[in-house]
Design a protein. Sequence first.
Length: 117
Amino acid sequence: VQLQASGGGSVQAGGSLRLSCAASGRTFSNYRVGWFRRAPGKEREFVASIGWNSGRRSVTDSVQGRFSISRDSAKNAVYLQMNNLKPEDTAVYYCALALGLAQFEYWGQGTLVTVSS
């Protein structure tokens, strides 16, 4: 499975970006699709996930109310809508796949988000 994350860029604080995650070689059916991020000098952290079949969503507390995750079955894509971005959101964002409740095992290459104050 190859994952492609895109949509990163540079924005000012308060701005918005939408990240996309697409898969080649298979659909997301039966998978959870997650977004993670790694800020400079910090460990990778979970941001959000969505169950492709169930639509069940999970969003980490630090971005609750600002970030949302969604899926598009027709495009076989998952999106991370990021609003009211803050400088502390600056990181490389990765999408990943997990089969059911298993650990995330497939990872994309990451897309850089830079938020300036």
